[in-house]
Design a protein around this ligand. Structure first.
Ligand code: EPU
Length: 419
């Protein structure tokens, strides 16, 4: 198992180009299964989750290849409708393929998806929505089958009890080829959903209202291929900014999605970092010590503070002046990185949904293990600001979401090696 060895304590400086977004690349790859033609995706990040998605597509008898930043998907012919259990287990986003396969073939067999352990991650909203779109659902020994008796779904009105990102995406995927109009109320508004909808519209889908809490999808008979450029990854961007905030110094993030990163940037600014944005670039400079954030940082669905950026910001605040408090409202178990930060000298107390971070003078290196994707990235943030050397194990979690992680850190002047 590979590790990252990071020696902290020096200021960062330089510029890096932000990668394509994992959380829109994956649903867009699933959406390409709906298309009777060839899709070319630019700015596709090279990540283990993207390769898992490519394997799912190929297992359906379609063609998917990823070379450089380009993914080519040809789903002109689809010969299968089952997702192999092993591939379902590799990542949570495998669930997105269910809506797409069901929409395209009228049937899908699958098992419960894997992914980061952030507490229970049920799929009840996804299944209830498929059922409203006309699917009959059966379960046999852990294998679930959804079947549209007429081969095609029918439009429906669906109100989500919580604006789930995945359920919103799956409803859209399952309804773009359905008969009639589907309305999603209390839909999630994450930018990645808009990215997937832009892609689908480029293929001929009729979707309105994405980015708002009411989305309307009018089913069409067929989708055609297109070329599409995936949006930049706002969470990877937040992670690199948090690194410079933790270590000190100055950086420029190029190819940044400034509007989409605003909920994170506006909080990070309160730490005393100087942040300036222009022309898809974000400049961040940290001179003196970081300041704690006075107001409680509440993770919320977009446009609230993103749960995916909670861990990386916490790592930076661990050595700020004063006390910061987080409230995690999206996942039940998203503080698993705190033990590693404590091992590095942080003073963190977790009480249910809340985590109280009393800033210490400085962190020190330690041997730690990544607990999940963003938690692992948070350990790297802490390590870059810490005195001494940190070894991070289980970096397969980090490789699921960060492209060229060590190259980017090296070009910012950080000392990191993969061993
Ligand atoms: N939920 C249910 N039932 C469902 C679906 C969701 O109870 O049927 C609950 C979840 O258990 C969770 C909450 O609703 O407590 C929110 O889950 P959501 O469905 O919104 O999350 P997701 O689609 O599983 C995506 C991202 C996550 C990100 C969340 C929230 C992808 C591939 N994953 O997950 O990203 O944290 O939205 O923004 O898009 C990551 O990138 O590290 C990551 C975990």
């Amino acid at each position: 198992m590979q590790k990252f060895v990071i020696t902290g304590g020096n200021r960062l400086g330089g510029e890096i180009e932000l990668q394509g977004c994992k959380n829109s690349a994956l649903p867009i790859m699933a959406a390409a299964v709906l298309v009777q033609g060839k899709c070319i995706l630019e700015s596709c990040p090279n990540l283990t989750d993207v390769y898992s998605a490519a394997r799912i597509i190929n297992s359906l008898g379609c063609k998917c290849s990823v070379a450089g930043k380009i993914a080519e998907i040809d789903a002109s012919a689809v010969s299968g409708s089952a997702i192999p259990e092993k591939l379902m287990g590799e990542m949570r986003s495998s669930i997105m393929f269910v809506g797409a396969i069901l929409g395209r073939t009228g049937q899908c067999t699958f098992s419960i998806p894997g992914g980061c352990e952030l507490g229970p991650r049920p799929i009840d909203m996804h299944l209830a929505a498929f059922s409203k779109l006309g699917a009959e659902i059966s379960e046999n020994g852990g294998e679930i089958t959804c079947r549209l008796p007429k081969g095609r779904g029918h439009g429906s009105k669906i109100s989500l009890s919580f604006p789930s990102v995945g359920a919103t995406e799956n409803i859209i995927l399952c309804s773009v080829l359905a008969e009639g109009e589907t309305v999603v109320n209390n839909a999630a508004r994450e930018p990645e959903i808009c990215d997937m909808c832009r892609f689908l519209r480029a293929c001929g889908a009729k979707i309105k209202g994405d980015g708002e809490s009411r989305i309307v999808i009018e089913g069409v008979e067929k989708l055609h291929g297109c070329e599409y450029c995936i949006m930049p990854d706002r969470i990877a961007g937040a992670t690199y900014l948090a690194m410079t905030a933790a270590a000190g110094g100055a950086m420029i993030l190029k190819n940044a999605c400034i509007a989409e990163m605003e909920p994170f940037i506006s909080v990070l600014e309160q730490t005393g970092c100087y942040i300036c944005t222009a022309d898809n670039r974000i400049y961040l400079r940290r001179g003196g010590r970081l300041k704690a954030i006075r107001d409680r940082i509440r993770t919320m669905p977009h446009p609230g503070f993103p749960t995916d950026a909670q861990a990386v910001l916490m790592a930076a605040l661990a050595a700020a002046d004063g006390t910061s408090v987080f409230e995690e409202n999206i996942f039940d178990c998203r503080y698993r990185h705190t033990d590693a930060l404590i091992k590095m000298g942080a003073d963190i107390q977790v009480m249910g949904k809340a985590a109280v971070i009393r800033g210490v003078k400085g962190l020190h290196g330690a041997d730690v293990e990544a607990t999940d994707l963003r938690g692992g990235a948070a350990m790297a943030v802490a390590a870059l600001g810490a005195e001494g050397t940190t070894s991070i194990g289980c970096i397969n979690h980090i490789d699921r979401g960060y492209e060229k992680f060590e190259d980017n850190i090296t070009s910012l002047g950080g000392r990191i090696s993969r061993v």
